[in-house]
Design a protein around this ligand. Sequence first.
Ligand code: NAI
Length: 286
Amino acid sequence: MQDLNGKTAVITGAASGIGRALALACRRAGLRVIATDVERGALDALARELATPGGLAAATEVLDVRDAAAVEALAARCFAGPGGVELLFNNAGVMMTRPLWEHSDVEWRWLIDVNLTGIMNGIRAFVPRMLARGVPAHVVNTGSMASFFAAPMLGAYSASKFAVRALTEALHHDLRQRQACVQVSLLAPGAVKTRIFDADRNSPSGTPPLAGASGAVRDSMRSGTQQTGMDADAVADLVLTAIRAERFWIFPHPEMLAPLPELGAAIVAGQTPEFGLAKSWKLEGE
Ligand code: NAI
């Protein structure tokens, strides 16, 4: 979709980090923006930034991506009139750092529900309406480098992001088989300066605090990302460029894929996985 001007974008997890940067980049590109998140206060702040005199209307809306009925209701409203939605960013995500056996059931379900089911809810609500409308549209799902490399202390996050990659590739195949008007991309960043390491600010009760080694790893990743991570605005610009070029893969940190051939060869050879294979994955953020 080369010309984004005048189109409409729906963004989940838009009140912070990459989602917020996407909302502002879309606005600069002349899109109508519907920015959604669970954080009302941060959404209000974003609404003030999105307000452009004379520009297309921008809307902010509290939306929990785990709530399938609420996502469905939003999509129904967006497509109720003559217009619709051309860009959907399934971006909301959360992260926790623990060995897998320390995730409580509540925490596990929350993380999988936000990171994976939330994207499925977006696909189920928006894609059929995009197809029925028959106008070119594009869905961007936010994965991660954790969609390619399973990392220690990030098992639940890696599991969710591997699944996001599988789901996104499958969605692409489903659509291509039908020569559909909807394109798909997987955004798979490495470290980006956002509030992802404070994702527990939205965690449900029953989530144990990140203490001990789990807290230390989280703190180390946070400080490493603040020092060397990419700015969210730069990621958002890359995403819009990829949409215009109709590219499936969006890799803000392509250098981090360097160990992938070695990992693939090790799998084919039946070798036990070694985390050392993912040499450019800097867990400590050094
Ligand atoms: P962030 O914490 O700054 O933003 C995430 C947003 O999602 C927040 O505004 C939060 O309120 C919202 N959110 C949380 N639970 C939600 C729910 N149930 N429904 C709707 N919104 C919800 O973090 P960031 O980094 O901007 O995260 C965006 C995406 O980028 C996530 O999917 C994350 O996994 C992914 N990502 C981030 C990387 C990084 O280094 N920051 C690297 C790779 C991927």
